[in-house]
Write a protein of this length. Structure first.
Ligand code: CMC
Length: 371
C-alpha cells in the first residue's frame, strides 16, 4: 500500500453536483461564468440541491422557505454573550453555533429524505443570521432580525450592517455567493461527506465542514490575503514584500491550487469586482496592491491567483470586517456541503480509506519501570 500524499489525484466518490474539467468549473453542467453573469444565489442553491434550475414557482417557494427560516433560536443568540467574545474567531463561533443549532432542532436525528431536506433549508437560512448576529453582538450592538421581503444576499448585508445595502453591494455579495457555492471534492466538502457517511446527522456534517474550511490553506486564505495587503500598505512595496516571503520559503496566500493548472476560473470575476468596487469606495489602492502582488508572485512561480485572492479586497470594499471573510465563504459553501450531504445519504457507503504504515516494526511491551 502506497499513500498518495494529500490524496492528490485520488477519485474518492462519484457526484452529479459540480465538476472541474480542464480548468472549467461547472455546477450541474452550467459553467460558473454563465451562472455568475446570470443566476442569483437562490437559483444556484436550488440547482445544487435538485440538479435543475428552478422554474418561477419553485424559485419563489425556495425563497419563501429561506425567508421563513432565517431567525435564530433565542438560546443561540444568548449563547454568543457567553463566548470569550474579544478573543473568539468568528469561524470558531460559527462552528459552535451550527453545532448548537442542532440541539434546538427536534428533527436533528431524523434521517428520512424529507426531514434532511428541511434541515438543509434551515441551515442554509440560518447561517447568514449566525454570522451577522455574532458580528453585531461582539461589538455590543443589538442583533438585527431578518426581513422576509428581502433576498438572501440583501438580507445578509442588512442583518450585518443594520441598514439597507445599495444595489451594487447586493449584486456584489450575490455574485460572491454564487462563485463560492460549490467546488467538487474540496477539503471541507470531503470532510462533510466523510462525517455523514457514518450516518451521522446533517448538523454534524456541516459543523465538521466549517472546521475544515477555517484553515488558511482552504477558506481561511481570504482573511490572510487581506492581512497581507494591509501589511504591504502601498503598491510600490508589493514586489519587495513578495520576493522576501518567497526567499524565506513562505507561502503567499491566495495563490496556487491542487486542481487548477492554468488558473482558477472564479478569480477573474472577483478581480473585476475588486477593480470596480475599490474605485467606487475611493480606495483603489487595494486593487492596485493586489495586482502588483499578482505580478510579482507569478513572475516567480507559475501559480495563478485562486478564488481567495481578489475576494479579500471585494469584501473589504463592502465594509466587512476582515475576520468575517471566511464565515462569508461558509454562508455560501454550506449550499454545496448540503448538496453533497444529501447526495451522500442517497447512495451511502462508509468512507474508510487505509494508511500506509511507516512506524516501528512489531515489538513487545516493556513494563513501565523497565523503560
Ligand atoms: N505560495 C508559494 N508557494 C506555493 C504556493 C503559494 N501560495 N502554493 C503552492 N506553492 C508551492 C509549494 O511551496 C510547493 O513548492 P515545492 O514543490 O517547491 O515545495 C508547490 O508549490 C506545491 O505546493 P503544495 O502546497 O504541495 O500544493 P497543494 O496542491 O498541496 O496545495 C494549496 C494547494 C492551495 C494548498 C497551495 O497552493 C497553497 O497553500 N496556497 C496558499 C493558500 C491558499 O490560497 N488557499 C486557498 C485555496 S483555493 C480556495 C479554497 O479551496 O479554499
Amino acid at each position: 500500500m502506497t499513500a498518495a500524499r494529500g490524496l492528490e489525484g485520488i477519485v474518492a466518490t462519484t457526484s452529479s453536483i459540480s465538476s472541474i474539467i480542464d480548468d472549467t468549473l461547472t455546477y450541474v453542467g452550467y459553467d460558473i461564468d454563465d451562472l455568475t453573469e446570470n443566476a442569483t444565489f437562490e437559483e444556484v442553491i436550488y440547482l445544487l440541491w435538485h440538479l435543475e434550475l428552478p422554474n418561477k414557482a419553485q424559485l419563489q417557494e425556495l425563497k419563501q422557505q429561506l425567508a421563513d427560516n432565517m431567525e435564530l433560536p433565542q438560546e443561540v443568540i444568548e449563547s454568543f454573550k457567553t463566548y470569550p467574545i474579544d478573543k473568539v474567531h468568528p469561524m470558531a463561533a460559527l462552528r459552535t453555533a451550527v453545532s448548537a443549532l442542532g440541539l434546538y432542532d427536534d428533527e436533528a436525528d431524523l434521517m428520512d429524505k424529507e426531514a434532511n431536506y428541511r434541515k438543509a433549508i434551515r441551515l442554509q437560512a440560518k447561517m447568514p443570521a449566525i454570522v451577522a448576529t455574532f458580528a453585531r453582538v461582539r461589538k455590543g450592538l443589538e442583533p438585527v432580525a431578518p426581513r422576509k421581503d428581502l433576498g438572501f444576499a440583501e438580507n445578509f448585508l442588512y442583518m450585518l450592517k443594520g441598514e439597507m445595502p445599495d444595489q451594487i453591494e447586493i449584486e456584489a455579495m450575490d455574485k460572491a455567493l454564487v462563485l463560492h457555492a460549490d467546488h467538487e471534492l474540496n477539503a471541507s466538502t470531503f470532510t462533510a461527506r466523510v462525517c455523514v457517511a457514518t450516518l451521522s446527522d446533517v448538523y454534524s456534517g456541516v459543523t465538521a465542514a466549517i472546521g475544515a474550511l477555517k484553515g488558511p490553506l482552504h477558506g481561511g486564505a481570504n482573511e490572510q490575503v487581506m492581512k497581507m495587503l494591509t501589511e504591504i500598505g502601498t503598491a510600490d512595496k508589493a514586489e519587495e514584500y513578495v520576493l522576501e516571503k518567497l526567499n524565506n520559503k513562505e507561502k503567499i496566500m491566495g495563490f496556487g491550487h491542487r486542481v487548477y493548472r492554468q488558473g482558477d476560473p472564479r478569480a477573474k470575476h472577483l478581480r473585476e469586482m475588486s477593480k470596480r468596487l475599490t474605485e467606487i469606495t475611493g480606495e483603489p489602492e487595494w486593487y492596485d496592491i493586489s495586482v502588483k502582488v499578482e505580478e510579482a508572485f507569478t513572475s516567480q512561480k507559475p501559480l495563478p491567483p485562486n478564488v481567495d485572492f481578489y475576494s479579500a479586497s471585494v469584501y473589504h470594499s463592502l465594509g466587512i470586517d476582515h475576520d468575517l471573510f471566511t464565515p462569508i465563504f461558509a454562508v455560501s459553501r454550506v449550499s454545496g456541503w448540503l448538496a453533497h450531504i444529501l447526495e451522500q445519504y442517497e447512495n451511502n457507503r462508509l468512507i474508510r480509506p487505509r494508511a500506509e504504515y511507516t512506524g516501528p516494526g512489531k515489538r513487545n511491551y516493556v513494563p513501565v519501570d523497565e523503560r
